[in-house]
Design a protein around this ligand. Structure first.
Ligand SMILES: *Cc1c(COP(=O)(O)O)cnc(C)c1O
Length: 382
């Protein structure tokens, strides 16, 4: 069976974890944490990074930083993972779900303005599959209505957006006021469970460190900036242990190699599948050309739910594990009676029709050849 995902170990993970254990500094915010944070700050030009125990945690920190309160409204795509909504729901916010684009699952920026009310506090775009949303438009709307933008960059490490307005290439996660990344074992670089908050708006840096360290100013104390630390705000224990950061550091050392390999695999899929897409058997995502890809995912969009179910079953019979993805959140058991009743047809279509193909570092070219020809055979027989 070709699995859907296989976590890749670069080789040094256990070594660095061992070294973290024997330095005697096991709790968070030690040397490995700082090495990881510095790396990301420098490479992607974030003002400040804080490792967290998950992307969900980083999103929760965003909700606390933005002082989200009951009654506030947050605009989120419905086609996303639960955590994008959950972080804000937990603070009592109302989530206003937006539909996706016709050509890809990213939030349709042209619909945002019609969803804004005087209670709207933030927009949370999700860069699906590591491909940027229309950030120029989203930032422009945010500025016009005085809203915050939190990028859910869970898929988006090492991917970029070229601003057509300013002509600059910017890392995803460095554009919104805040951004959240994931290092869950299904993402490009991993630490088992893990995440990161990226802060781009200076006003949040100081308070983020406090929220991260259980509402205390301990981080300042460690740097010798204050001579005692205490309880100064709300917060939680959002920081991972050094052992987790040590694991992540081993992955970071191989980031370029991981990305290059994934992009090669992605290209091979694309070349193999484009002729079938051109025949209309399914479609491949469409994007504007001011985005880069980070090969987080390779997916196709079937023409119907029934066809997708048949394709997934067929591939399983061929020893290939392909999977579907999110279910629209606006019709989820938890939220459907809180949603305002608008139909979000593109989200529902992606819920029904997306197929994600195996994508992981150790996937082989001849395995992709086999996957592509199995897909070909499926469409020959129907
Ligand atoms: C994986 C994922 C998350 C959650 O990440 P965790 O690190 O598991 O908390 C959030 N949003 C999106 C879009 C994701 O894909």
């Amino acid at each position: 069976m070709i699995p859907f995902n296989k976590p890749y170990l670069t080789g040094k993970e256990a070594h660095y974890m061992y070294s973290a254990v024997f330095t005697g500094k096991l709790s968070g915010n030690g040397q490995y944490t700082q090495m990881c944070q510095n790396f990301f700050e420098q490479k992607y030009k974030f003002k400040k990074c804080l490792l967290t125990t998950s992307c969900t945690d980083a999103l929760e920190m965003c909700a606390l930083l933005l002082r989200i309160e009951p009654g506030d409204e947050i605009i989120i795509p419905s086609y996303t993972f639960v955590s994008t909504a959950l972080a804000f729901i937990r603070q009592g916010a109302k989530v206003i779900f937006a539909d996706s684009n016709t050509g890809n699952p990213n939030l349709d920026a042209n619909q945002i303005e019609s969803l804004i009310t005087d209670r709207t506090k933030a927009i949370v775009p999700v860069h699906y599959a590591g491909i940027a949303c229309d950030m120029d438009k989203i930032m422009e709307i945010a500025k016009k209505y005085n809203l915050f933008v939190v990028e859910d960059a869970a898929h988006s490490i090492d991917s970029y957006y070229i601003s057509s307005k300013y002509g600059e290439k910017r890392a995803l996660g460095s554009i919104g006021h805040l951004a959240a990344f994931s290092f869950h074992e299904t993402k490009n670089i991993i630490s088992g469970e893990g995440g990161m908050l990226a802060i781009n708006d200076e006003q949040f840096v100081h308070r983020a460190e406090i929220i991260w360290e259980k509402g205390t100013n301990r981080a300042e104390f460690f740097r010798g900036e204050v001579n005692k630390y205490g309880w100064v705000d709300i917060g939680s224990s959002f920081l991972p242990s050094e052992v987790i950061a040590a694991f992540l550091w081993a992955q970071i050392e191989h980031l370029d190699e991981i990305q290059n390999r994934r992009k090669e695999l992605w290209e091979q899929y694309y070349k193999g599948l484009i002729p079938l897409a051109e025949k209309g058997h399914f479609s491949l995502p469409k994007h504007s050309d001011n985005v880069t890809k980070n090969a987080h995912m390779f997916y196709l969009i079937c023409n119907s739910l029934e066809e997708r179910s048949n394709l997934l079953t067929y591939l399983k019979q061929c020893g290939i594990l392909a999977v579907f993805h999110y279910l629209s959140l606006h019709i989820s058991p938890y939220y459907y009676d809180k949603h305002d009743g608008r139909n979000l047809p593109n989200c529902d279509r992606y819920s029904d029709c997306i197929v994600r193909l195996p994508m992981f570092f150790e996937l082989k070219f001849d395995e992709i050849t086999r996957i592509v020809s199995s897909i070909q055979n499926f469409y020959l027989q129907i």
